[in-house]
Every structure is written in C-alpha cells, then in structure tokens.
Design a protein around this ligand. Structure first.
Ligand SMILES: C[S@@+](CC[C@H](N)C(=O)[O-])C[C@H]1O[C@@H](n2cnc3c(N)ncnc32)[C@H](O)[C@@H]1O
Length: 275
C-alpha cells in the first residue's frame, strides 16, 4: 500500500480508537460468556480505513479500528470490514490474513450493510453486532442508522460529522447553501427536520432565521436516535476536539441495552480529559 493511502490522524482520532477498542473488548468478553442462549457476536467496521494510520503526534504507525478489533480476546465470532477505496480494501485483506471468519467488502457501506451484513446479524438467529460508523463527513445514509436501531441486535458508535455540516451546510444564511449540500444533510439526518433544529426565528425581534448551536443540533439528533431509529439507550455525544479546540465531530453510542450504555459512559469519562 502506498503511503498516500495511509491517513495521518490527529490526537482525537487516537482517543476514538482507544474508546472503541476498550468497548469492543468488554463487549466480546460479555457476549462470549453468554450461554443461555448461546449468542454469536459480530464486529462490523463500515468505513474501515486501511487498518493502520500514522500518528500526527508521535509519527509512529498506530493500528486502525479493524486491527484493534481483530486483537480483541476472546475474539468475535465474525468480522465485516467495508471500504470504498480499492487500495484500502487490499490492505484490509492483508490484515485479515485469510481468516475464514473475516469478510472484507469492497464498496459503498450504505449498500453493503443493508444488503449483505445486517441480514447476518438478526436477533432471531441469536446474533448480535457491534458496528462502527466512522465516515470522514456526511457520507452515511440515515437508512443504515434506522435499520440498525430497528434490528434490536445491533449497537453503534457513530461519528456525527459536525465540521462537515458547519462548513458546508449549516451556514449563517441558509439561502446561500447549495441544494446538493442540503441534500447530503437530509440523507444523513433522514428527513428535512434538521432545518428546524439548525435555525430559529425566536432569537430576534424581526423574525429572521438565525443559526442555532452545536448543542441544539446534537440534542435533536440524539432524540432521533431514540425516537425515530428506536435505540433504547443513547449516550450524550462526546465532543472530539482538535488542537485549536474546535469540535471535529461528536461520537455517539446507541444500544438496545442499558448495561452497554453504562460501560460506554465510564469509557467516555475516562478519556474525555484527553480531548
Ligand atoms: C475516517 S476513515 C475510517 C477510519 C477507521 N474507522 C479507523 O478508525 O481506523 C473513513 C474511511 O471510509 C472510507 N469510505 C468513504 N466513503 C465510504 C463509503 N460510502 N463506504 C465505505 N467506505 C467509505 C474511506 O475510504 C476511509 O478509508
């Protein structure tokens, strides 16, 4: 793989990797210990990346989320890694080392998840899944989030790409936003209700639309995860900040299980001081 296919990652991405790795470890331990009924548990990395990154702070290579998942012990029953970039798919195949329980998918995860992967994680088949949805920006389709919520067998970590939203869609003057950018937001959010959360007319005497803040937007999205997608338990979002203290994205966790949320809250608490 060429160096250009390896992402250089900031400290906040290393925090995300640690959070997901620690939770995957706890999840696999708990699910492996279940006997009645015996459950099979699946790790899904939808925007998987190359499997290795270059740390901006140490200049060393660090394992990406797929490699971290493969190192979990006891292991998951099955792994699914998806990427749309051919070179990265090749790198993931090397990481998988032809293990029979590791499936590398080449394509758009919005399609691959719904058509090939989620059908293998059905509640009725005693299968459960941990799914990382970690796009660079607004590249995820709400249908994926909604389906995961409805399945009751899938937990998600979700990268909520606020920087892409703020730079390209949530402009102070909504009239200057190109329609294709607004459509990207609608696709991620699931409908046009983001407009009511992102703009308010009550803050001024003249009734014109003013942009709300990140907190209002993430709160509204959290409510969608609960009330529309149907996840029973959703974390408060963890703000992933860069060295200039700007929020690059928010990390959400959503699950059908209260104990899962409690474990993630503890992991968030442990790592939030690093951000
Ligand atoms: C932020 S990186 C993933 C990092 C990885 N989760 C980690 O922490 O090690 C996003 C990846 O998503 C891939 N990607 C972008 N759009 C995609 C899509 N529609 N389906 C699948 N992969 C996609 C990119 O090629 C890139 O490798």
């Amino acid at each position: 793989m060429a160096d250009s296919d390896i992402d250089e990652i900031g400290p906040w991405s290393e925090v995300k990797l640690d959070i997901v790795r620690e939770y995957a470890q706890a999840y696999s331990q708990i699910l492996s210990a279940q006997n009645k009924p015996r459950l099979q548990h699946v790790y899904i990395d939808a925007f998987a990346g190359a499997g290795v990154h270059l740390s901006r702070s140490t200049r060393e290579y660090v394992p990406g989320s797929p490699l971290n998942a493969l190192n979990v012990n006891p292991p998951f029953t099955e792994y699914h890694f998806i990427d749309i970039n051919q070179a990265r798919v090749g790198a993931l195949q090397q990481v998988a080392q032809q293990r029979a329980n590791v499936f590398v998918h080449d394509g758009d995860c919005n399609q691959v998840l719904l058509e090939k992967v989620f059908p293998k994680v059905q509640f009725k088949d005693y299968r459960r899944g941990l799914c990382l949805l970690d796009p660079y920006g607004l590249h995820l389709d709400w249908q994926v989030i909604y389906t995961a919520g409805q399945m009751k067998s899938v937990e998600i970590f979700l990268n909520f790409p606020i920087m892409d939203m703020n730079m390209n869609v949530l402009k102070h003057n909504p009239e200057v936003v190109p329609s294709e950018q607004a459509q990207r937001m609608t696709r991620f959010w699931g409908d046009e209700s983001w407009k009511a959360s992102a703009y308010s007319t009550t803050g001024n005497l003249f009734g014109y639309e003013e942009k709300t803040d990140n907190e209002t937007i993430t709160n509204a999205f959290r409510m969608r995860l609960l009330n529309v997608a149907g996840f029973k338990h959703v974390s408060q979002p963890l703000a992933m900040r860069n060295s200039r203290d700007a929020v690059v994205y928010y990390l959400f966790f959503a699950s059908p299980k209260p104990v899962a949320l409690q474990i993630v809250k503890d992991i968030f608490k442990k790592h939030e001081k690093r951000l």
